[in-house]
Design a protein around this ligand. Structure first.
Ligand SMILES: C[S@@+](CC[C@H](N)C(=O)[O-])C[C@H]1O[C@@H](n2cnc3c(N)ncnc32)[C@H](O)[C@@H]1O
Length: 253
């Protein structure tokens, strides 16, 4: 099911302890002010420079983080877990807020990308990974599909660094309208595959409060999980519905 609206408001209408798993890919508060230029002067287009990522101050972003995490925590069952996708711009605030809200961190996953945005100015390291914080309610329990993951990993213990290509490598997945990516933060299905397969079972209800163009929903459909996606932007909702109805098969690596 897809619900259009602000996730804090929409979640406030949902009963306590409803979802088995939550995955969130929230605004990052990148604070980008100017276009990013390549050394040859051309503009790099694949940036998250949209209105949904703009907050007037760090305090406003922190308060927003606290509010949506409070609502997500409330609708999570006692036996459930939450994943939050982060960049270095927001992972510290999100991690701190999670701890303040009585979540227990289970893992800090490092997603190593083979096609990171270059550091065009050569003034710092190329930021070639993003992270995911995996956590549960303190005092609650969580599901971990350990034996399956171990088997998938040549019988070795699954590790917290994931080597996965970004969606721009996966031409079939990248959703482009009029030459521009419809959501510059679109996540690859392979990332959601690992999240969902690790921490949920068939038939479980998976919440994504920042659904974007519905990557989580597409993977849930394929893995026979129920899906509850929330998204504020009507255009993103439209594309997400089209993707879910098209029978598009997500690519897992
Ligand atoms: C990082 S993107 C998610 C991309 C998604 N994982 C995908 O693969 O398509 C964040 C999304 O959250 C939406 N958003 C931002 N603030 C929101 C809010 N308060 N409530 C609901 N959606 C919101 C934005 O419109 C954007 O589509």
């Amino acid at each position: 099911m897809i619900l259009q609206g602000d996730c804090i408001e929409v979640l406030s209408q949902i009963e306590d302890e409803t979802v088995d798993l939550a995955y969130a890919d929230p605004p990052y508060n990148l604070q980008l002010k100017n276009p990013l230029k390549r050394p040859d002067g051309t503009t790099y287009e694949n940036l998250v420079d949209t209105d949904w990522d703009r907050f007037s101050s760090l305090d406003v972003y922190e308060e927003f983080t606290k509010q949506w995490l409070t609502q997500v925590r409330r609708v999570m069952k006692r036996k459930s877990s939450l994943w939050v996708s982060c960049t270095y711009h927001c992972s510290f605030i999100i991690g701190y807020t999670l701890m303040k809200l009585n979540f227990e961190i289970l893992n800090h996953i490092v997603w190593i990308k083979d096609n990171p945005t270059p550091n065009f100015s050569g003034t710092r390291f190329c930021q070639s990974h993003e992270s995911l914080i995996w956590c549960k309610k303190k005092g609650g329990t969580h599901y971990f599909n350990y034996q399956f993951l171990k088997k998938e990993n040549n019988n070795k213990q699954p590790r917290a660094e994931w080597y996965l290509p970004g969606p721009s490598q996966l031409q079939k997945e990248k959703i482009v309208v009029n030459g521009k990516r419809i959501n510059a933060a679109q996540k690859p299905s392979s990332l959601l595959y690992k999240v969902i397969v690790s921490s949920s079972k068939e038939g479980d209800l998976v919440l994504d409060p920042f659904m974007g163009i519905g990557t989580t929903g597409l993977v849930c459909q394929r893995l026979k999980r129920e899906f509850l996606g929330i998204e504020r932007d009507i255009e993103q909702v439209k594309i997400a519905k089209q993707r879910l109805e098209s029978g598009m098969i997500p690519i897992f690596y």
